[in-house]
Design a protein around this ligand. Structure first.
Ligand code: HEM
Length: 140
């Protein structure tokens, strides 16, 4: 089946935003961080790990919408689904740890709410897939 234009648009826009944002952190040099480091210990490694796992989640997530993989290669779909869930879980928990270093209260609160929503929706999606309730997944 042909991939929908909306899927391509989502991939291009997401990568167009995330690649330039994530690139400085993939040099593993804290001096390239756009975010001011308030700690010299584990803040930067936590942030880099959050970004790496978030990118894995984003990329594996894209593949889950490809009908051809879902229908003709359900094993690959399931395998990618596990990678997605595990990377969201790790990245989400690392985001929670990163929030500890944010000095601005409103920013920290917003990220906290976002992290909890991310982890919760991923957990709900995982449970739905495990129960094989595919109608709920398809209807959102
Ligand atoms: C809803 C889920 C997400 C939450 C809650 C979250 C949380 C955070 C937090 C707390 C920070 C540190 C902000 C700071 O210290 O000022 C951060 C930074 C960052 N995150 Fe996430 N994140 C999420 C999803 C993602 C995804 C999916 C990606 C990439 C695919 C990503 C890539 C980044 C990048 C590149 C930075 C550094 C931003 C900059 O340099 O300004 N995040 N995120």
């Amino acid at each position: 089946m042909k991939l929908k234009k909306s899927w391509w648009l989502l991939v291009i826009v997401s990568l167009g935003v995330i690649v330039p944002f994530a690139a400085p952190y993939l040099t593993f040099d804290p001096d390239n961080s756009r975010i001011r480091m308030t700690s010299t210990t584990i803040q930067f490694p936590l942030l880099v790990a959050h970004i790496i796992f978030a990118c894995v989640a984003l990329i594996s997530g894209f593949f889950q919408f490809i009908d051809r993989i879902r229908m003709k290669n359900p094993k690959v779909h399931r395998y990618l689904g596990r990678i997605y869930v595990i990377s969201v879980f790790i990245s989400g928990v690392l985001a929670l740890a990163t929030i500890y270093y944010i000095e601005n209260f409103s920013k920290a609160t917003s990220f906290l709410v976002l992290s909890l929503i991310w982890l919760f929706t991923c957990w709900k999606g995982y449970r739905t897939a495990v129960r094989k309730d595919f109608a709920s997944i398809a209807n959102g």
